[in-house]
Design a protein around this ligand. Structure first.
Ligand SMILES: Nc1ncnc2c1ncn2[C@@H]1O[C@H](COP(=O)(O)OP(=O)(O)OP(=O)(O)O)[C@@H](O)[C@H]1O
Length: 136
């Protein structure tokens, strides 16, 4: 919150987004890049076209991305693959929600999906558990 009141370029940008409701920006150039996270999303067969497009938006967001969908349309599943793609990039991910049950559902799905990302950092039976995923 205090960031909004500071005199810096970053705070100025935050004020434009939050107070002036300026539209968020997306990096259209990186869609064609060699980013493994984007390649992974293009190749993931369990995603439909809308889910894939939503995750590409998340991965190319310069400010933020909002995903909107009717109940049961696959938002939670989309977030699982988005989190996996972000972790591939080495990003830190904070999961939070208005209700505990939404976070619980996400974690149940992440349990089967994200473990493989964590285990890639295992060497000789010693795992370096990454603190990249935080849950509130
Ligand atoms: N691409 C897909 N192909 C087939 N089934 C899918 C796909 N995406 C999601 N589903 C299935 O659709 C159902 C609803 O998905 P999900 O829970 O992700 O939706 P949601 O939008 O988060 O739902 P809610 O709004 O109720 O929280 C689940 O059974 C999920 O496995």
């Amino acid at each position: 919150m205090v960031q909004l009141f500071l005199l810096s370029a970053q705070s100025d940008r935050l004020r434009k987004l939050i107070v002036d409701l300026e539209a968020p920006r997306f990096d259209s150039g990186s869609i064609l890049s060699q980013d493994p996270a984007i390649s992974y999303i293009w190749s993931e067969k369990n995603l439909n076209a809308d889910q894939r497009r939503a995750i590409i938006k998340i991965l190319t967001a310069k400010d933020y991305a909002l995903i909107l969908g009717m109940p049961g349309t696959g938002k939670t599943s989309t977030m699982v693959y988005a989190v996996k793609a972000l972790l591939m990039r080495g990003a830190s991910v904070l999961l939070t929600s208005y209700t505990n049950s939404v976070v619980d559902n996400l974690l149940i799905k992440l349990k089967t999906q994200v473990i493989s990302v964590f285990t890639t950092s295992c060497k000789e039976n010693e795992c370096n558990w990454s603190p990249s995923l935080a849950v509130i």
